[in-house]
Design a binder for this molecule. Structure first.
Ligand code: AMP
Length: 224
């Protein structure tokens, strides 16, 4: 009998729609969600030593040192992840060193789903994002426009664009992200134990049915 599927990775650039795809996968499959971002934010809320340590990096938008992230991942697998439903890993690994550390920790990766969304699409998506600064309300000129252009629906106050949502900053961020992400992708493409697939397109709703179909077929075959 083939080995059970334990871990599925979801990789995608910032603005690629990874969060939406993760939500849909959790709706359609019996996966457990492991989001290192969520777990880190929880630690920050609890003001734990680990959380306080992580916060200074997260506030700058920088990656948290591997040791901190690996501690929460180890903790997750000790408590819940060993048996039962497969885990959907979202936001981890973010670096090749983290991917390699998973091997040392004996956390096998079975499936890698990579979202390959062109830079122009991401830049366009993000550059249409506007914010009401005081409340944090987010608008998108395409999907969720304000009732009055440039004004917050509730207060009528002006909307702003975050400095790091400006096209030139987004492009720089994508380039930085790609350096590590491409190394991770190459690593998994070379692994015989990993089923890798990359999905490309411009709209999450159009890409998702292909992911669903591919994953369902693969999981069905493996369960036989
Ligand atoms: P996310 O919600 O996945 O965007 O993560 C929010 C923040 O948590 C990131 O900007 C990083 O500071 C930190 N973080 C999450 N996952 C990782 C990871 N695998 N490695 C390093 N830092 C991470």
């Amino acid at each position: 009998m083939s080995r059970l599927i334990k871990n599925i990775l979801l990789l995608g650039r910032p603005g690629s729609g990874k969060g939406t795809v993760a939500k849909k996968l959790l709706r359609d499959f019996n996966f457990v969600h492991l989001s290192t971002g969520d777990l880190l934010r929880e630690q920050v809320r609890n003001s734990s030593v680990l959380g306080l340590n992580a916060k200074s990096y997260m506030d700058k938008g920088a990656l948290v040192p591997d040791q901190i992230v690996l501690d929460i991942v180890k903790d997750y697998y000790t408590k819940l992840g060993k048996d039962g439903s497969p885990t959907l890993l979202d936001g981890f690994p973010r670096k090749l060193s983290q991917a390699k550390a998973m091997e040392v920790l004996d956390i096998p990766v079975d499936i890698v789903i990579s979202l390959d969304i062109p830079s122009a699409v991401i830049v366009d998506r993000i550059s249409k994002r506007y914010l009401h600064e005081r409340s944090g309300r987010v608008y998108n000129l395409d999907y969720a426009p304000p009732k009055v252009p440039g004004k917050d629906d509730e207060t009528g106050e002006p909307l702003i664009q975050r400095a790091d949502d400006k096209p030139e900053v987004v492009i720089k961020r994508l380039e930085m992200f790609d350096i590590e992400n491409n190394a991770i992708i190459d690593h998994y493409k070379q692994s015989k134990a990993v089923q890798f697939n990359s999905f490309t397109g411009t709209e999450t709703d159009k890409i998702y049915p292909f992911i669903l179909d591919w994953l369902s077929t693969f999981l069905q075959r493996r369960s036989k």
